[in-house]
Design a protein around this ligand. Structure first.
Ligand code: AMP
Ligand code: MG
Length: 425
C-alpha cells in the first residue's frame, strides 16, 4: 500500500523552501580542482582571490584632458603652461612634477604627475602652443583615481563560494590568475519512473510516452552547475525501483521523477521508506508540483543496514512529480539550493521580479501557483501574461513561455495592469 503522508508533512511553499535551505546550509561541496581561468567560468571559486598590488597601482587619470592644480583655476578662464604630455603606459617615475600655473596633457589610464590634484576634461580646454586656456573649474580629486583606492595590496577581492561570472573572471584576470581552485561539480542522479515511460531512442507504443523528464532535469542540472547522471527508467515495480534507487544513491543527490502521487502504483515513497528514509515534506501547497517529496537516507542504507552513521552522513533525495511542467518547476523552486550547496556556492535566496500583468487572471484560491507565462515589452515596460496551456503535462506551452507568474494562494482575480511577481527561468 502506498505510504499515506501525514497532513503535517504538506507545507506551505515558503515553509518547504526554508526546510530545503536549512538542510542545504549543512552540506559541503565534494572536492576541489584546479581549472584554467576560461574553463572556470560558471564554476564556484574554492579559494580567496587577493589583490597582488594596489588598485589602481598609481594615481590614474580617468579622463583625457589636462592634469593640474585645482587651486590654479580659482579665476576663469585660466591660462596654464603645458609642460608635458603623459600617455597611458608611461612609467610613473617618468611623469614630471607640476609646479604652480603648470599643466600636463594627459590621457585616460595614464599616471597623474605629482603636484597635480585634478584632471580637467579636454572638452573644457583650448590649446595654443604651450599654453592651454581652461574654461571650467574642478575640485581637488576630480578625475583622478587615487592609488590603492579600489583595493589595497593583500585585500580580499573574491571569497570562496562565489560563482565565477564575467565580473569575477575579470577580477581573477586583473590579479594575474591564469588558474583557479574551483569546487568539483556534484553528481546528480536522475531516475524517471513509470511503466508508460520509454527511452527516446525507441518508437513509443500507442499507450506509451517518451521520457522527457530525464532530459529536462539533465538540462536544469547542467545549468545549475551539476553533472547529471541519467539512470535507466524505473518501472512501477518495487524490486527494480529499489535496485535503481541504490544506484542513484551513489551520486551526491538523487532526483526521482514520477510515482509520488496518491495512485496505487505510485511506489516511490514506499520504497524509499525501506531505506530508512526521513521525509521532511511529502507535499507543498503549490501548483504545479503539489506532491513534491524531500528527504534523506543514512549513507549505506540499503547496502548494510547495520552500519552506524554519523548525523551528517546522509544522502538527500527529491521525489519530483512526474508531470513534466511540475518536474521543471519543482526543480527551480526546491532542488537548486541543494545543488548550489554541493557545488560550494554560498546560499542564494529565491527572488521573484515584478512585471505588469497584460490580461486578467482568474484562478482558484488555496495553492501558490507558478504558471507558465510570457514576458514581453521592452526596457522599463515589461509586461507579462499567462501562456495558454492544458495543465502541467503541457511541455509545448512551457517551451513557448519564458517565465512563470507567481500567484499568491489567496488571490482569485488579478486585474490587468497590476504588478505581479515573476519567476524567471
Ligand atoms: P506521475 O507523477 O508518475 O503520476 O506521472 C504524472 C504524469 O507525468 C503522467 O501523465 C506521466 O505519464 C507523466 N510522466 C511521468 N514521467 C514522465 C517522464 N519521465 N517524461 C514525461 N512524462 C512523464
Ligand atoms: Mg507514474
Amino acid at each position: 500500500m502506498a505510504a499515506q503522508p501525514e497532513p503535517s508533512l504538506i507545507l506551505s511553499f515558503e515553509e518547504a523552501r526554508h526546510v530545503v535551505e536549512a538542510h542545504a546550509a549543512r552540506l559541503r561541496p565534494c572536492g576541489k580542482e584546479l581549472a584554467d581561468l576560461l574553463e572556470a567560468t560558471g564554476q564556484v571559486l574554492a579559494e580567496p582571490i587577493v589583490a597582488d598590488r594596489n588598485f589602481p597601482p598609481f594615481p590614474r587619470a580617468a579622463r583625457d584632458g589636462y592634469a593640474l592644480r585645482a587651486a590654479d583655476l580659482a579665476k576663469l578662464p585660466a591660462t596654464l603652461e603645458v609642460v608635458a604630455e603623459i600617455k597611458a603606459g608611461v612609467a610613473p617615475e617618468l611623469a614630471i612634477k607640476l609646479g604652480r600655473g603648470q599643466a600636463a596633457a594627459i590621457m585616460t589610464g595614464a599616471p597623474a604627475p605629482s603636484g597635480a590634484d585634478a584632471v580637467v576634461m579636454v572638452e573644457y580646454t583650448s590649446r595654443n602652443g604651450n599654453q592651454v586656456e581652461i574654461t571650467k573649474g574642478v575640485s581637488a580629486g576630480d578625475n583622478i583615481v587615487p592609488a590603492g583606492s579600489e583595493a589595497k595590496r593583500g585585500e580580499r577581492l573574491l571569497s570562496p563560494g562565489t560563482r565565477l561570472d564575467y565580473a569575477a573572471v575579470a577580477v581573477a584576470a586583473s590579479v594575474g590568475r591564469t588558474h583557479l581552485l574551483v569546487y568539483s561539480k556534484p553528481q546528480i542522479a536522475v531516475l524517471s519512473t513509470g511503466d508508460e515511460v520509454v527511452d527516446i531512442d525507441v518508437p513509443p507504443g500507442p499507450n506509451q510516452i517518451r521520457n522527457s523528464n530525464s532530459y529536462s532535469l539533465a538540462a536544469q542540472i547542467k545549468a545549475a552547475g551539476g553533472e547529471p547522471v541519467l539512470l535507466p527508467i524505473a518501472p512501477d515495480e518495487p524490486t527494480r525501483l529499489r535496485e535503481l534507487i541504490v544506484d542513484g544513491f551513489e551520486s551526491d543527490l538523487l532526483l526521482l521523477a514520477g510515482g509520488v502521487s496518491m495512485g496505487k502504483y505510485d511506489l516511490v515513497e514506499q520504497v524509499l521508506a525501506d531505506f530508512q528514509a526521513q521525509f521532511f515534506f511529502t507535499g507543498a501547497q503549490i501548483q504545479p508540483g503539489r506532491p513534491i517529496v524531500f528527504g534523506r537516507v543514512p549513507c549505506g542504507a540499503g547496502a548494510s543496514r547495520e552500519t552506524p552513521v554519523s548525523p551528517e552522513n546522509y544522502k538527500y533525495f527529491f521525489g519530483l512529480p512526474g508531470n513534466p511542467v511540475s518536474t521543471m518547476v519543482t526543480f527551480d523552486l526546491f532542488v537548486r539550493p541543494l545543488i548550489d550547496a554541493l557545488s560550494g556556492l554560498s546560499p542564494q535566496k529565491l527572488i521573484f521580479l515584478s512585471a505588469k500583468l497584460k490580461s486578467e487572471i482568474k484562478t482558484k484560491t488555496g495553492l501558490k501557483r507558478f504558471l507558465p507565462a510570457i514576458l514581453s515589452g521592452e526596457f522599463e515596460d515589461a509586461e507579462v501574461e499567462l501562456a495558454r496551456w492544458q495543465g502541467s503535462g503541457d511541455i509545448a506551452a512551457t517551451a513557448r513561455a519564458n517565465c512563470y507568474i507567481v500567484i499568491p494562494p489567496d488571490r482569485e482575480r488579478i486585474a490587468a495592469g497590476e504588478w505581479v511577481p515573476v519567476l524567471m527561468r
